[in-house]
Design a protein around this ligand. Structure first.
Ligand SMILES: Cc1cc2nc3c(=O)[nH]c(=O)nc-3n(C[C@H](O)[C@H](O)[C@H](O)COP(=O)(O)OP(=O)(O)OC[C@H]3O[C@@H](n4cnc5c(N)ncnc54)[C@H](O)[C@@H]3O)c2cc1C
Length: 401
C-alpha cells in the first residue's frame, strides 16, 4: 500500500503536521513513525513542564542560523494567531504571561495529549518504537525502512529534530547520518539554550545562589536570574545568551549585578555606605544590599580580609569593587552539552530547501521541518513556533496527495 504521507518523528512538528494534514485531507492516509515508545516526549517536558508554546513577539531577530531570512515566509504566514486557532480547535486553550504563551492548563503533557487525541480522532496511524534507519526511492515513491518493516509513501516529511535533549528524548543524530549519505549538507551543530561551564574558583563558592543581573556574552545580553553552579552559570539570563559560547574564540561572560545605576553612581553609593557603616566589619558591609555570600566573595576578590573594618575601604578599593560589580568576568570553558540543551544551533543547510514549502530543492516531495533544519530560536516559545509554522507550511505545500 502506498501512503499519501509518512512523517518521520512524532515530536512537536511531526504531530502538528499529521493533525493539520488530516484536517485538510480527511480521506488520505498518513503514518507517523516514531523511534521512542511514545510520541511527544520532549514536548511534554517543554517550558519546565508548562510548555511555552509560542510568543507574542515572533520576529526574525529572535531566530538564528546561516540564513534567518529562510524563516520569514513560514513565520509570517503561519503566525501566532494561526497557531492559536489550530491549537484551540484541538482543545488547547492558550493564555499569555506577558509575551509568552502557554496552554491554560500550564501542562505541557496536555498539549501532547490534545495532539494525540486529534491524531486518533482523525485517523492518523502512529507507529512507536519504529526508528527509521533508511530511506530509499522506489518507482517515484519513498520507501521508509525501520527494523524489518518498510513503508511506501508518495510524500515524506522528516521531523526528527536536532540533537538537543540527547538520546533519552530521541535525538540521537542518526537521521543526520542517513541524510548526509544522501548528500544533504549539515551546518555544524552546537548546543544552545544551555548552561555554561566557566572557571570554577568563584562560582563554586557561590553554588546555589541566584541573583538578578545583566549577563553578556559576545553580542548577546539579557537581564534576568543567574544561578551559580559548581560547574559554572545557569538560569534564564545565561540560557538566553548561551548560543555564543560555542561560536566565540575565548568567550567570557560578564555580569552587571547592579544594572540600574552607572559606575560613578555605584562608587558614590558605596562611598556613602562606607561613611555610614564604618564601624562594622567587612563581612557585613554588603548586608542589606547584596546576597551576603556574593558580597563577601566580591570583597575577597579585591584582596580584602572580612575581619577588617569597613573604614579600611578607601576610594581605590571602592572603585575596584564597583568595577567588578558592573563587569564581573567569568571565562567560559564550555557548555553542559546537548543532553542539557533546549535547542540545536546548526542542522540541515536551509539553502537546499524552498523556504515557502520546506521541500528539498533536489528531491521532489521530501520536506524537512522543525529543529532538523539550521534554524534555532531564542528561549521563550520561539523554537516551538518554528516547529508549528514549518509544519503548517510543508503540509500546505504538498502537491502529491
Ligand atoms: C527540556 C526542553 C525544554 C524546552 N522548552 C521549550 C519551550 O518551552 N518553548 C519552546 O519554544 N521550545 C522549547 N524547547 C525546544 C523545543 O522542544 C524543540 O525546538 C521542538 O520540540 C523541536 O520540534 P521537532 O519536531 O523539530 O523535534 P522534536 O520535538 O525533538 O521531535 C523529534 C522526534 O523525532 C523522533 N526521531 C528522531 N530520530 C528518529 C528516527 N530515526 N526515526 C523515527 N523517529 C525519530 C524523536 O524521538 C522525537 O520524538 C525545549 C526543549 C527541551 C529539550
Amino acid at each position: 500500500m502506498v501512503n499519501d504521507l509518512i512523517i518521520v518523528g512524532g515530536g512537536a512538528s511531526g504531530l502538528c503536521a499529521a493533525v493539520y494534514f488530516k484536517q485538510k485531507y480527511p480521506n488520505s492516509t498518513v503514518r507517523i513513525l516514531e523511534a521512542l515508545p511514545r510520541v511527544g516526549k520532549k514536548l511534554a517536558l517543554t517550558g519546565n513542564g508548562r510548555c511555552n508554546i509560542t510568543n507574542k513577539n515572533i520576529n526574525l531577530s529572535r531566530y538564528h542560523g546561516k540564513d534567518t531570512e529562510f524563516c520569514r515566509y513560514a513565520l509570517d504566514k503561519y503566525d501566532v494567531g494561526f497557531t492559536k486557532e489550530f491549537f484551540e480547535k484541538i482543545g488547547v486553550e492558550i493564555i499569555f504571561e506577558e509575551d509568552k504563551a502557554y496552554p491554560s492548563s500550564f501542562q505541557a503533557s496536555s498539549v501532547v495529549d490534545c495532539l494525540r487525541f486529534a491524531c486518533d480522532e482523525l485517523g492518523v496511524i502512529t507507529h512507536t518504537e519504529t526508528p527509521v534507519t533508511d530511506i530509499q526511492i522506489s518507482n517515484g515513491n519513498y520507501r521508509v525502512i525501520s527494523n524489518q518493516m518498510s513503508f511506501l509513501s508518495k510524500n515524506l516529511i522528516i521531523a526528527t529534530g536536532g540533537l538537543a535533549g540527547g538520546e533519552r528524548l530521541g535525538c540521537d543524530g542518526k537521521m543526520f547520518n542517513i541524510l548526509k549519505k544522501a548528500d544533504f549538507k549539515v551546518a555544524p551543530q552546537k548546543p544552545t539554550i544551555v548552561q555554561i561551564k566557566t572557571e570554577t574558583d568563584i562560582v563554586k563558592q557561590l553554588k546555589g545562589i541566584k541573583i538578578n543581573a545583566v549577563a553578556k556574552l559576545g553580542s548577546r545580553s539579557d537581564f534576568g536570574e543567574v544561578l551559580f553552579c559548581d560547574y559554572g552559570l545557569s538560569g534564564p539570563a545565561i540560557l538566553q545568551i548561551s548560543r555564543e559560547a560555542s561560536y566565540l574564540d575565548k568567550p567570557q561572560i560578564t555580569l552587571d549585578i547592579i544594572p540600574d545605576i552607572n559606575f560613578n553612581e555605584l562608587c558614590e553609593l558605596l562611598t556613602n555606605r562606607v561613611n555610614s557603616l564604618k564601624e562594622r566589619t567587612l563581612d557585613e558591609f554588603f548586608t542589606g544590599m547584596l546576597q551576603k555570600r556574593v558580597g563577601q566573595v566580591l570583597l575577597k576578590q579585591i584582596g580584602c580580609k572580612l575581619i577588617e573594618k569597613v573604614s579600611t575601604l578607601d576610594i581605590k578599593k571602592i572603585k575596584a569593587l564597583a568595577a567588578i560589580m558592573k563587569k564581573w568576568e567569568f571565562a567560559v570553558t564550555g557548555t553542559t552539552g546537548f543532553s542539557n540543551a533546549q535547542a540545536t544551533a546548526g542542522g540541515l543547510a536551509t539553502k537546499e530547501f524552498n523556504n515557502e514549502t520546506m521541500e528539498n530543492k533536489s528531491t521532489n516531495n521530501l520536506y524537512c521541518i522543525g529543529e532538523i533544519l539550521d534554524v534555532d530560536g531564542d528561549c521563550g516559545g520561539f523554537n516551538l513556533q518554528w516547529a508549528w509554522s514549518s509544519a503548517f507550511c510543508a503540509v500546505d505545500a504538498l502537491r502529491n496527495v
